[in-house]
Design a protein. Structure first.
Length: 454
């Protein structure tokens, strides 16, 4: 196996993913940049091409090779490392709506009392229902201290418009939580410098989970070194990628991490998962280390190196094509999921529950948003004895708060503290182990799928 001591970068569509810097003593003049292109570009270029000016040469190479001014390069690096001017939200596309998937604490969005689950209607008067996630993100970005209106429709309540002021914020590259049924959820927003460390911290925080769902939907990529660290968190995945340079082929090993994700893995991908995301998805699929859910990924299998010049401008140049460990192509093909679905999180969560718990599962029950659930048990018991065994949660989300009252010795009424969300799927679980009034422990658990009517 060959090893190369160089910095690598993967640049995804819309230049959202960024690269590691390669210092160089070259001056930022045309002839020097042409010489770098001549020596390092993935394909050999003819002399007629190299006689053109640098801008024309770069325009004719590929979508990812480009030149950055000092200011553009700074913005490029800030974006990769989640340092940006904005309001502090992550978005998802569900059917014909843009949803606030997460509102980060201590940001303009949280201070304006926006909440996860809100449907985003408009940004400064521009309707977003027909926009993509990336297009909507661009609308939310802007100049520090600029104020604009955001209109949202909460899951409950009336549509509202709030005024939000953009500011410089530092967001994490990974967010994590415990989903219902003790399923760990990790969302990788980008592959930044600290993503490997953040992954280790999240894995330690939730080390008692039974299953991991790792979400790389809409992740545009980032550092190859970070992708190798992420792959290194999975046991029995020794290789991250294979890169073909003009004059050599190099196999890059996964960088083994201290904390290993030994539980079953579900990996979520979509058409906007690109570059470093495809490295991780391809490696896990090649080694049967995860089940992939969602849609075929973007298909960016070109690798860039980024060279910084003395005036702090930079040249970003494609120097290799990369493949999965088993040498499956990625460029213009992407990674095809094992299970194609338009609702990968919901499907993966349900499958994880069915895999983890051999409970009796009833047929799905369609209910109203204000449903009160009647629970009948086989042995007389008290509310105090059974309360901790009962769990209600939306698939893909955390547990729902509820109150439990006793109707009689073997019947209880469960009332969610807030109405359930219309059109969503829930799960009501009762774990075994609760004791009857006679001290007999229950031996069987149940799962009741619930669909909330629109």
């Amino acid at each position: 196996m060959k090893h190369r001591n160089k910095a690598l970068a993967l640049l995804a569509p819309l230049s959202l993913a960024l690269s590691i810097v390669i210092p160089t003593a070259q001056a930022a003049d045309e002839e020097t940049i042409k010489e770098i292109i001549k020596e390092k570009y993935v394909d050999e270029l003819d002399e007629d091409t190299l006689k053109q000016d640098v801008s024309t040469i770069l325009d004719g190479l590929d979508p990812y090779s480009t030149y950055f001014t000092k200011e553009e390069f700074q913005s490029f690096n800030d974006s990769l490392n989640q340092n940006m001017v904005g309001i502090g939200v992550s978005l998802s596309k569900e059917k014909d709506s843009i949803i606030l998937q997460k509102v980060f604490p201590e940001t303009p969005a949280s201070e304006a009392e926006l909440s996860a689950g809100d449907v985003l209607i408009s940004v400064d008067g521009t309707l977003v229902a027909d926009k993509s996630v990336s297009e909507t993100i661009e609308l939310l970005k802007g100049v520090t201290s600029s104020t604009f209106d955001v209109t949202v429709k909460p899951p409950e309540g009336q549509q509202k418009t709030v005024s939000v002021t953009r500011r410089n914020i530092q967001l994490p590259s990974i967010t994590s939580e415990r989903l219902g049924g003790n399923i760990g959820y990790l969302q990788l927003h980008t592959f930044a410098e600290d993503t490997g460390k953040e992954l280790q911290q999240a894995a330690t925080k939730y080390e008692d989970v039974e299953h991991w769902i790792i979400d790389m939907q809409n992740n545009p990529g980032g550092y190859v070194s970070t992708a190798r660290e992420v792959v290194g968190a999975f046991p029995n995945v020794p290789t991250a990628l294979v890169a073909e340079y003009r004059d050599s082929t190099i196999t890059y090993a996964a960088q083994k991490q201290d904390k290993q994700l030994t539980e079953p893995i579900s990996l979520l991908i979509n058409e906007n998962s690109a570059s470093a995301s495809e490295i991780v998805a391809g490696a896990l699929q090649d080694y049967d280390a995860a089940t992939l859910y969602g849609e075929t990924t973007y298909g960016k299998g070109l690798l860039q190196e980024l060279m910084v010049l003395p005036d702090e401008s930079a040249l970003k140049l494609t120097t290799a094509r990369f493949f999965t460990p088993q040498h499956n192509p990625i460029q213009n093909k992407g990674i095809t999921p094992d299970i194609q679905t338009e609702e990968p999180l919901t499907k993966a969560h349900l499958d994880a529950l069915n895999e983890q718990y051999s409970y009796k599962t009833f047929e799905e029950d369609t209910v109203s948003a204000s449903k009160t659930f009647e629970i009948n048990v086989s042995m007389a018991t008290s509310k105090e004895a059974i309360l901790d065994s009962i769990h209600l949660f939306e698939l893909g989300h955390k547990e729902v708060d509820f109150t439990l009252t006793s109707s009689d010795k073997d019947t209880f009424l469960l009332n969610p503290t807030k109405n359930l969300q219309t059109g969503k799927d829930y799960m009501l679980m009762i774990h075994p182990g609760w004791k009857s009034n006679d001290g007999i422990a229950s031996e069987k658990g149940i799962m009741q799928p619930v669909d909330v009517e629109a």
